[in-house]
Every structure is written in structure tokens, then in C-alpha cells.
Write a protein that binds this ligand. Sequence first.
Ligand code: SAM
Length: 338
Amino acid sequence: MIAVLRLGHRIFRDKRVTTHVALVARAFGADKIFVSTEDKKLEKGIDEVTARFGGSFRIVTGVNWRRTLKEWNGTKVHLTMYGEHIDDVLHKIPNDNILIVVGAEKVPAEVYKLADYNISIGSQPHSEVAALAVFLDRLSKGKGLKKDFSGKLRILPGKKEKRVLEIISDEECIEILKRVSCEGNVIEHCKAVQRLAVKIAYLTEADVDLVSAGALLHDIGRSRTHGIDHGVEGAKIAKELKLPKPVVHIIERHIGAGISKQEAKELGLPLKDYVPRTIEEKIVAHADNLMIGRKKRRVEFIVEKMNREGHQTAANKILRLHRELSKKCGVDIDEIDV
Ligand code: SAM
């Protein structure tokens, strides 16, 4: 248990700063925050963040700070610019059962006495938000920032765009496919693609929940057409249903190993690049390439079939994608059983 004790919160003056102290505590790996002044609005705000973004962080306001400090069954650390430098004491601090005290206005002298350690994050005055962030990061050796919150809302790393995923359960995906009137055999195929895609995702750095939902929904466009435009149609349906953008992109870019803008022109599709870009988009597209109905085929089988049908360029792209993903998995995808 890592808990934070926030002293001297003044409801109007410190509203934002105390909110930030609580958000930093949660995001950097603490389990709980005690705030010495009662503030139900603050509790509600933090509880809402936890409900959306996950984890089991707890906030309790209106606690008696003296009693909380005295009765804490573990190590008590007070962060203050007047303390010992963090580099000199960090090795003595256990990384469990810690109560970390941060102030707002002047901190009572008693706190310095009740604390086991008074620690400074550099001896210049700055902020409780910064002090707490640095302390938690040093304490967890950077692991706090990698905590899995398993929230309904997931932020995916994006190089140049926001990628926010609202997790959709398997049941919700199947319900959506049925609602748009996808045929039973399409739904069974989607489930088979999901099984393979999720196995591949686990072997890479991909977001498994995104791959899972994207795989289940990738053929939603087959409720309107079984033509090569079912990716485009599927993306339209997904947008109408306000599904998360990363899922829309998986649906739109899942045909073969992707369709370039030039190929889209030749195929009579709306002029656009449909090449899978993210690891999640590539995994779903390729799991679909290898899954004929509910049966997984080896890549040579698919490639030979496409060559026979005169689709050499597409076949070569599929082979390249197979090799790229197999390398990321550390195993040839042909050897993955489903
Ligand atoms: N005059 C206050 C005091 O007695 O410490 C400082 C108020 S400061 C705005 C609010 C809080 O930020 C402090 O109580 C302390 O927890 C934290 N803080 C600010 N600078 C710090 C530093 N250099 N090292 C550790 N904590 C610091």
C-alpha cells in the first residue's frame, strides 16, 4: 500500500493543485490519497477519473491528519525542501506500506517529528505536485508509470494523433454484428480471426483489447456487401455507430495486406490509402488473410491461391506482412495453432 496524505487543502484556493496531487498519486502508482479537509467535489472528480481510466485508486477527504500519521502502520515520509536530499536516503525507504506527506501552506512542525524521513526533492522551493511525481517515480524505479489500469478508456501511444480506445467487450461486439444483420457464418469467421489475432497480439507489443475488438468487428461491412468494398462500407457503419477511431481504422484497412491509393483508384474505391499502419491494424488484416472461414491456412496456401487468380502484387504484400509480423512474434505465424 502506497498512500499519500495531503495537508492543508483549502477548498477554493487549492482546488486545482490538490486535484493534481491526487491525479499524480494515482497515475504514478499510489493506491490511496487522504486529504485533511473534507471536499466531496474533489472526491467525486477523482472517482470519475478512476471509473473511466481504471484501477482501484481511492480518495478519502476530511481525515484527521495527526491521527492518520500517528496510526500509520509503516514508513512515513514527509516531502519538504528542508529535508535530507532524496539521493542520500532513497536506499533506506522500503517500497511498500508508505505514507507520503505533502503540504499546501506552511506545514506544522509536528509533521517533521512524526515523519520517519523528511526528504527533499532538491532544496529549492517548487511544488507538491512535482515533488510527489519525482518521489513516486524514483521509489518505483519508473515502474509506477507502467501500471496497468485496465480501464474502460485506454490511451494508446500515438506518434502524431490522439488514439483513444473505449474498450468494447466481446459480447458488445457480437451484439453489434447481430444488430447490423451480419450472417451467422460471417460472425463465426470473425470469432476465428479474433482467436488468431489475439494470439499474435500477445506475442507482440500490440494492444490486445484493441486487436480483439477490431478482429471481431473487421467484417461488419459484410452486412451490406461481400465485395472488395466491404472494408469501406464497414468503416462507414462503424463511424455511424460511433465506434472508437482505432477500431474504424482496423475495419477500413483490413483488406489483404492493404490497398494503396493507386490500387484503390483501379478498384473503383473512394480515393484513399487503405494500407494498415499500426501493429493492431496489421495483425487483424493478416489474421484475416490466413483464416478462410473458420480454418487457418499456411501462408503459402494463400499466396499460391492468389497467384493462380492473378493477384501477384497482393500476394507478395501478404507474404511480406507475414514475415514482418512473424519476426515481431519471434515465431513463424504458420506455427501458431488456433
Ligand atoms: N512553506 C512550505 C513548507 O513549509 O514546506 C512550502 C509550501 S510548498 C508550496 C507545498 C509543498 O510542496 C510542501 O509542503 C512540500 O510537500 C512540497 N515541496 C515543495 N518544494 C519541495 C522540495 N524542494 N522538496 C520536497 N517537497 C517540496
